[in-house]
Design a protein around this ligand. Structure first.
Ligand SMILES: [Fe+2]
Ligand SMILES: [Fe+2]
Length: 271
């Protein structure tokens, strides 16, 4: 997947518009920071709304329409599928299963939610589609899979009930498909795991105070450099930047929670 251009992808999650814990100022700030960063794509891993109500969706759309980045991929979360909210998702944000390709990246996003349940699944019936989506669109590209629920358990999330029900089977499908990076949200606790050659990154909530323990609102920035070195940063709106993973596609090596200056982002361009 070698290429010359630096690719920057923003990963936001769990906006929960409509929740009493949603902080509009954090949402606006996140959008302002992303407009300053000018990413090549924005991926949002669900829970755009709190109850799946239409008015929550339209408010989320109003905020997200302020993003200057045109290339966006959204997947629904469990909260978006409450109250038949998936109909509003489809109307206002597009298909629940998506493929996006650009430069040397392919992103496959899938709806892991089930109506009115907090648990999630992908399901055997979609494994073939998923494998084909990676193979047919760009087999030599950097491969990203996006879903709302957890693929792996995340520390600091309390009693484990957040992983998709078919996590083991899906893991095998993703590894067999040569997926490089998985992006998730859901429990609002940011984390990064590596399993085999797969890096699994959870985002926190970007703009709510629905927090667990000492976590803070945050989002992720992924940079794929021209030598195929990948750096993943965690950014706190109004706050600091941390390097959470740093690897080449051949040799994964981690630096978790290293505080860095904004200039650590290649190209700078962050408030
Ligand atoms: Fe959430
Ligand atoms: Fe969720």
């Amino acid at each position: 997947m070698a290429g010359d251009a630096l690719i920057t992808i923003a990963h936001i999650s769990d906006l929960h518009v409509g929740s009493q814990y949603f902080i509009p100022n954090l949402m606006s700030r996140t959008i302002e920071e992303l407009n300053e960063l000018k990413p090549d794509a924005v991926i949002c891993t669900g829970d755009l709304t709190n109850e799946g109500f239409r008015q929550e969706y339209t408010t989320a759309q109003t905020f997200l329409s302020m993003l200057e980045c045109e290339r966006r991929l959204y997947v629904p979360g469990n909260h978006d599928s409450r109250n038949v909210g998936y109909l509003h998702f489809e109307e206002l944000f597009g298909q629940r299963d998506n493929v996006m390709t650009f430069d040397r990246v392919v992103v496959v996003g899938t709806d892991s939610s089930e109506p009115d349940l907090d648990n999630g699944r992908i399901g055997r019936e979609r494994y073939g589609w998923l494998e084909d989506a990676f193979k047919d669109n760009c087999d030599s590209c950097f491969k990203i899979f996006a879903l709302h629920h957890h693929l792996l358990p995340v520390p600091g999330t309390g009693r484990e009930r957040s992983m998709i029900h078919d996590a083991g089977d899906l893991l095998e499908v993703l590894i067999r498909s040569g997926v490089d990076l998985v992006l998730c949200g859901h429990k609002h606790v940011p984390y990064v795991w590596r399993i085999e050659n797969l890096v699994v990154v959870n985002a926190g909530t970007a703009c709510t105070l629905r927090l667990r323990g000492n976590t803070k609102p945050c989002y992720n920035i992924i940079q794929i450099e021209k030598n195929d070195r990948v750096k993943i940063f965690r950014k706190y709106p109004f706050g600091s930047l941390e390097l959470i993973a740093d690897f080449s596609c051949d040799e994964r090596k981690y630096c978790k929670w290293e505080k860095v200056e904004a200039s650590a982002l290649t190209g700078g361009g962050l408030l």
